[in-house]
Design a protein around this ligand. Structure first.
Ligand code: MN
Ligand code: MN
Length: 475
């Protein structure tokens, strides 16, 4: 049958309109297979890496396997060298020295490994009415009511005064116990139900139930607490005081799973921003050739609480890593580090908010990312009139567009919510402060910061393709 001739207006429309496309519809069977396989590997990573130290350890293992060397163990840096530095088990910087040398600037992809969660307070253990609890302080922007009545796992470290480090990971294996935070039964919740979502559950009530079995000795006052501390002492040789020097995080005990009858999505904890950590790491190690410009991967910590501290992006440790690369290349001189930053490019690899039809009113439908429509870029973030934002320049955005379009990578450029609906930030401004050209580029997420976040497998793969193209070909 002869195809109906397109009208003049139809042709003009195709030429002039910017019409976004769903990635799945554009994909061949082979491509869909690649996307599904990549998502399986990503979910394996997620199940191994729920907190920043675990992401850091996973990443170190992958870098070691792929020929990367610790910068402390090398004297001289040359073209093609693969080098990393791991900062206190909580942030990672890795580089492949490009053919044109460090002086020609860097192509940086930077993500963050920390995710919203509950942290233990320094003095966490208490007993009340036959129950023992861990008292917590929340970390990052959470909706508190989402963290009650779900299975939680305990991850982190306890460091004793002699320096011995005990690593905890309890609640992930089938036979492990899990922990939970209780909520009030509806029958007695009439007062609670009148409260707003933000104060229905008080932060001080986010306490983890960890035991109820008493130590059998009538002369002891807190029998359940004693029994719990005895169990911990038998297993880890710690006392209550050792919690003073610990970093213990409570995270959902859920496994990462495929979502939907069509398995087109991933549901998992901590996809903000582990989805970008994983796709950026894979982009770095999957490069077949030495790139022209030096590729740099940043996996940072503390983004969710403002990037402060010596493992956050605000610290000078990253600058020091690049300065050491310059020194060990034998080219360092005053002012060179600043100059290198000023001619560098960066994709700030962080998640964006996907359009949720159930909550349509917060988005401007022309300026929001759609799940499954490709990697999502934010030209700016911030709130209340771009306040606090690094706004990517038009020239830089044009270069990124050209790169993605020439490689056939589906992308969308959006903002977080409609005007005055709220806002947020990433690490983009920190590198922009150094003079780097930066744009936010990551995966759009549903239910961001919730215990179970949702992404499209198409977008995960599309982020991987985008980071890889950027490392390989960005000028
Ligand atoms: Mn993030
Ligand atoms: Mn976040």
């Amino acid at each position: 049958m002869e195809e109906k001739q397109k009208s003049e207006g139809k042709l003009l429309e195709e030429k002039l309109f910017d019409k976004r496309k769903c990635g799945w519809g554009e994909s061949s069977e082979e491509k869909i297979q690649l996307i599904m396989k990549f998502a399986d590997e990503y979910m394996y990573f997620l199940n191994k890496s729920k907190i920043e130290r675990e992401v850091s350890n996973f990443t170190k293992e992958v870098l070691d396997k792929n020929g990367f060397k610790n910068i402390d163990n090398i004297e001289k840096v040359s073209v093609g060298d693969k080098i990393y530095y791991i900062n206190r088990e909580k942030s990672v910087y890795a580089a492949i020295i490009g053919k044109s040398g460090l002086e020609n600037g860097l192509n940086i992809v930077g993500a963050h490994m920390d995710s919203p969660r509950l942290d233990l307070k320094p003095n966490p253990v208490y007993e009340d009415s036959g129950f023992v609890y861990f008292n917590t302080q929340y970390y990052g922007g959470i909706k508190k009511y989402q963290w009650t009545t779900i299975p939680l796992a305990i991850h982190g470290v306890i460091v004793k005064t002699n320096g011995e480090k005990i690593t905890l990971n309890i609640g992930e294996e089938e036979n492990d116990p899990i922990f939970t935070i209780t909520d009030l039964l509806p029958h007695l919740a009439s007062e609670q139900m009148k409260k707003t979502l933000s104060n229905g559950i008080e932060g001080e009530d986010l306490d983890l139930l960890i035991g109820s079995f008493p130590y059998k000795d009538e002369s002891v006052s807190e029998k359940v607490k004693l029994n719990i501390l005895k169990i911990l002492n038998d297993k880890y040789a710690i006392t209550e005081k050792d919690f003073l020097s610990a970093e213990i995080e409570l995270v959902p005990a859920f496994k990462a799973r495929s979502l939907g009858f069509d398995s087109s999505m991933v549901a998992a904890y901590g996809q903000d921003d582990k989805v970008c950590c994983y796709s950026a790491l894979r982009a770095l190690i999957d490069m077949n050739e030495i790139p022209d410009k030096t590729s740099v991967l940043i996996l940072s910590d503390k983004e969710e609480i403002g990037s402060m501290g010596n493992t956050g992006m605000e610290s000078q440790v990253f600058d020091n890593f690049i300065a050491e690369l310059l020194t060990k290349s034998g080219i360092n001189r005053p002012n060179l580090l600043n100059k290198v930053f000023c001619i560098s490019n960066m994709l700030s690899a962080d998640v964006g908010s996907a359009y949720d039809p159930l909550y349509a009113s917060v988005s401007d439908r022309k300026n929001v990312s759609y799940a499954g429509y490709g990697v999502s870029l934010n030209k700016y973030t911030g709130s209340k009139g771009k306040s606090g934002s690094s706004d990517a320049g038009a020239e830089f955005v044009a270069k990124i567009r050209n790169l993605f379009e020439s490689k056939g990578i589906l992308y969308q450029i959006d903002e977080l919510g409609k005007v005055d609906a709220g806002g947020g930030g990433t690490i983009a401004y920190i590198l922009a402060d150094k003079g780097v050209d930066v744009i936010d580029c990551g995966v759009a997420v549903l239910s961001m910061h919730a215990p179970y976040e949702v992404t499209s497998k198409y977008d995960i793969y599309s982020a991987y393709e985008a980071y890889k193209a950027f490392f390989e070909e960005m000028k």
